[in-house]
Design a protein around this ligand. Structure first.
Ligand SMILES: *[C@@H]1O[C@H](CO)[C@@H](O)[C@H](O)[C@H]1NC(C)=O
Ligand SMILES: *[C@@H]1O[C@H](CO)[C@@H](O)[C@H](O)[C@H]1NC(C)=O
Ligand SMILES: *[C@@H]1O[C@H](CO)[C@@H](O)[C@H](O)[C@H]1NC(C)=O
Ligand SMILES: *[C@@H]1O[C@H](CO)[C@@H](O)[C@H](O)[C@H]1NC(C)=O
Ligand SMILES: *[C@@H]1O[C@H](CO)[C@@H](O)[C@H](O)[C@H]1NC(C)=O
Ligand SMILES: *[C@@H]1O[C@H](CO)[C@@H](O)[C@H](O)[C@H]1NC(C)=O
Ligand SMILES: *[C@@H]1O[C@H](CO)[C@@H](O)[C@H](O)[C@H]1NC(C)=O
Ligand SMILES: *[C@@H]1O[C@H](CO)[C@@H](O)[C@H](O)[C@H]1NC(C)=O
Ligand SMILES: *[C@@H]1O[C@H](CO)[C@@H](O)[C@H](O)[C@H]1NC(C)=O
Length: 745
């Protein structure tokens, strides 16, 4: 799927001025269309790809068709040749017995062997510096007399193989991205990350290096990423071809790396204006009356709200993809009421699971629309007493079935946004916990479900599942609004998972089912910063945390001062995310609905005005938000910006501290080009230390504290007053420019 130029150039609002894909001046055009190296039974195809990049494919024996599942555009959205796709083309073939070299812009690939041997099977990637010298970015890791850096194994009866590819690194390299985990790390150096999806873990093999290059392991297979001191290794459990892309920039030029990454994997479209407001959700609004009363309450208290969300179990059976008419007798009347009272849109949750007693089960199983297991049609999971099979998102006809059902039951009745929960693939995404059906097997020690899809097995294509699920909603919404992929979104989805290039969809990714404790609040910051480095701009989370931590007595209990304080801190931080959304399962001592409340007025009289003030602030930032989303759309420039993105060059401490993952660099970030946010992540705080980086322009007092207008020099830690009503927030430049969205001049 390729964005059309029309889509790329679509004007959005008045603040975003979009241009044609950026052309490079004085660009060093590629010296060839690529080379194919025959190395014994193995073939390696290297092509110049996009600006300053190479795509590498490798396979043993049987050549790939070129139609394998992947997540990059061919050709990329921007690049030296805006012409034909590269396909499997090359113009040089050799057998690894000489040193072959290829240049594209500032990146060079060269083959080499051991100890001065002029021939060689091993690839090395260099950046050409402006003074003519070369810098090694990485080469295939092959110490003398060790395994080949491109290593294959055959564990099954068929021709699919496992692959382990190793690349050199140095102990001081810094690795940013890799999707999201819950590990407090912005620099992933030293980590080992399984490429297996879980609720709150969306491992994704995309990273940016502080050496000035980016890397995409373009594989749908499950596997592993390892970032050791001397070796980075990527493993695919089951594949028919190995495919990766490497691209370079000047060191510390992360905006260029994001531009390259998004040209390869997808540019975020622009979200609808309304979605930039406040999104109201809880587990869960149980019926039509409750939702209408909620809208009435927002109306009467004059609190703005941009979307109201209906969570799971609103259906009669899993896989009906319809609201249960016993509880939701007139969906379109409800959507109209909500619109009339609050002007808000609505979103409803869907699960991918289809229970045996769903109205859609027979139809879907007979058409082959449900995932199976390798040993038969078997169930892939069970939930609350029903066996379930997940719909097969990798099957285009199943995607269409899903969409047609959603359209009929929701979209046509005014609920036009979709929450694709439990979207992780395989099982219901909580394969570690047996879905609570045994008190004793809480973390499953045996092999994860070996699910079968139209596109292959969970091991070989499992990483595609959530992406294709996002694609189902995207295609449906695009079809029904007659808009192209990449053009402005009218509606949205919200997904618990994603993969390489998920940013191309009208789809937010949230950080999953978190616990309502301080430690988890703090871990979300690094998770969001890693999402950004992976190329996902549309990130959000459950303000307040999703669920109670059973070991903390007050956790998620809205009637305790302890949780109220945590909630205020979490909600105020949500103001400075791409999307501001509250959600969660709450506990309470007093309740007037079936489930405990999670509204702006649910946290005590004293706290309501504070919560409401942040909702108002969010709307005041509308112009700023539109501008930063416009820039993300145009060039891939990230909205949530880890400090290294803006200050690694101007402030050497930023790079050093990022290397060590000190909490300055895992807890603070820029929100767009002008706001520095440092959410309070500890209880009972009245003041808060914030490190203010030295800025590139060397202005003497560049930083202004939002709440006092006191100005500060960069390059120092300052302790600022942070009563519970104030999130530590600094700005660069004039506040008026921020409020007008006048920030990219
Ligand atoms: C490399 O192999 C090819 C094909 O066998 C042969 O023609 C060529 O002379 C060899 N080149 C070198 C440098 O050994
Ligand atoms: C050329 O530039 C690179 C990168 O800036 C630098 O590391 C290197 O020392 C320079 N070499 C010379 C000979 O100036
Ligand atoms: C499980 O299903 C039953 C009805 O079959 C329902 O009453 C109950 O609320 C469900 N519980 C959960 C936790 O889903
Ligand atoms: C969208 O429309 C295209 C073209 O008619 C069709 O092939 C595709 O299945 C549709 N997708 C969905 C999810 O409805
Ligand atoms: C709808 O939910 C409200 C609040 O939880 C409850 O009071 C009411 O009885 C429910 N109505 C129906 C028809 O279930
Ligand atoms: C920052 O790190 C220090 C040392 O590890 C720790 O004591 C402190 O609580 C952390 N601060 C925050 C806000 O997490
Ligand atoms: C926060 O303050 C409250 C009230 O003074 C106190 O009960 C509580 O123990 C404090 N919490 C922590 C973690 O210090
Ligand atoms: C900023 O100040 C530093 C240290 O005084 C100096 O090395 C650097 O050249 C200055 N940069 C600019 C852009 O003026
Ligand atoms: C800070 O300055 C802004 C204008 O830039 C003004 O609106 C605001 O009231 C000032 N705040 C304080 C505490 O003086």
């Amino acid at each position: 799927m390729r964005l059309s130029l029309v889509a790329l150039n679509a004007l959005w609002g008045s603040s975003a001025v979009l241009t044609s894909p950026i052309q490079q001046r004085d660009y060093h055009e590629p010296t060839s269309k690529g080379f194919r190296m025959q190395h014994g039974f193995e073939t390696v195809l290297v092509q110049p790809f996009g600006y300053d990049g190479f795509r590498v494919r490798a396979w043993p024996y049987r050549p790939p068709s070129g139609q394998e599942i992947g997540f990059i555009y061919d050709p990329p959205l921007e690049g030296p040749e805006n012409g034909d796709a590269h396909g499997m083309s090359f113009d040089t073939a050799f057998n690894g017995n000489r040193s072959e070299e290829l240049r594209n812009g500032n990146i060079v690939v060269r083959t080499s062997g051991w100890g001065g041997n002029p021939g060689g099977y091993r690839l090395a990637f260099y950046r050409m510096e402006t003074n003519g010298s070369e810098t090694l970015l990485t080469n295939e890791y092959a110490p003398l007399k060790s395994t080949n850096p491109r290593y294959y194994s055959w564990t099954g009866p068929g021709s699919e193989f496992g692959a382990e590819f190793s690349f050199s690194t140095t102990p001081d390299e810094q690795i940013y991205g890799t999707g999201t985990q819950q590990d407090h790390l912005v620099n992933k150096k030293g980590q080992t990350i399984d490429l297996i999806n879980f609720n709150t873990h969306i491992p994704t093999p995309v990273f940016m290096s502080n050496k000035g290059y980016g890397f995409i392991w373009n594989m749908a297979s499950e596997g592993r990423m390892e970032f050791g001191p001397l070796r980075n290794r990527f493993t695919a459990a089951s594949a028919t071809v190995v495919d990766y892309v490497i691209f370079s920039s000047a060191p510390s030029d992360y905006d260029t790396l994001q531009q390259r990454l998004s040209a390869l994997t997808g540019r975020a479209p622009t979200p609808p204006d309304w979605s930039l407001g406040y999104i109201q959700s809880k587990l869960r609004y149980e019926n039509q009356t409750e939702v209408e009363l909620l809208a009435q309450h927002f109306h009467e208290s004059r609190i703005p709200v941009s979307m109201i969300v209906i969570d799971y179990q609103s259906w009669a059976q899993q896989g009906d993809w319809a609201l249960d008419p016993r509880l939701w007798p007139d969906v379109s009347e409800m959507a109209q009421q909500v619109k009339k009272l609050t002007n808000a849109e609505m979103m409803a949750s869907l699960w991918p699971s289809v229970a045996d007693n769903s109205v859609n089960y027979l139809d879907m199983i007979s058409q082959g629309f449900l995932s199976a297991t390798r040993t038969g049609p078997g169930t892939t999971d069970s939930w609350n007493g029903s066996y379930i099979r997940n719909y097969d998102s990798t099957n285009p006809a199943a995607r269409r079935f899903l969409w047609d059902t959603l359209k009929r039951n929701y979209y046509d009745n005014g609920i036009k946004n979709f929450w694709i929960d439990q979207a992780d693939g395989g099982s219901l995404g909580e394969g570690y916990e047996n879905n609570g059906q045994s008190a004793y097997i809480q973390s499953i020690p045996f092999d994860l479900p070996d699910v079968l899809y139209a596109a292959g097995t969970q091991r070989s294509v499992g990483k595609l599942y959530p992406w294709a699920h996002q694609q189902a909603i995207e295609e449906g919404l695009r079809n029904v609004t007659s808009t192209d992929v990449g053009s402005a979104c009218e509606h949205l989805s919200l997904s618990r998972s994603g993969y390489i290039g998920s940013q191309r969809f009208c789809s937010m990714i949230w950080s999953g089912d978190t616990t309502a404790v301080w430690e988890t609040l703090s871990a979300q910051v690094a998770s969001g910063l890693s999402a950004a480095a992976t190329g996902w701009g549309w990130w959000t989370m459950d303000a307040g945390g999703f669920q109670a931590d059973p070991t903390v007595w007050w956790s998620a209990n809205i009637d305790t001062p302890e949780y109220r304080q945590l909630y205020l801190r979490w909600l105020q931080w949500a103001t400075f995310l791409p999307f501001m959304r509250t959600h969660g399962s709450r506990e309470c001592y007093f309740q007037d609905a079936y489930t405990c409340a999670n509204e702006p007025w649910s946290y005590g009289e004293q706290n309501t005005p504070i919560i409401v003030s942040y909702i108002h602030l969010r709307y005041q930032l509308g112009a700023y938000l539109r501008t930063v989303f416009g820039q993300l759309h145009k060039t891939g420039r990230m909205i949530m910006r880890p400090l290294y993105m803006d200050f690694e060059r101007s402030d050497p401490r930023v790079g050093q501290w990022t290397r060590m993952n000190t909490n300055v660099t895992t807890q603070q970030y820029m929100f767009g080009p002008r706001l520095l946010v440092s959410p309070v992540t500890l209880p009972n705080v009245t003041e808060w230390p914030v490190y203010l980086p030295r800025t590139a322009d060397n202005a003497t007092q560049p930083w202004t504290y939002w709440w006092t207008n006191q100005t500060y020099a960069g390059g120092q830690t300052v302790t600022v007053p942070a009563p519970v009503e104030h999130i530590p927030l600094f700005h660069l430049g004039k506040r008026a420019d921020i409020l007008n969205g006048n920030v990219f001049t």
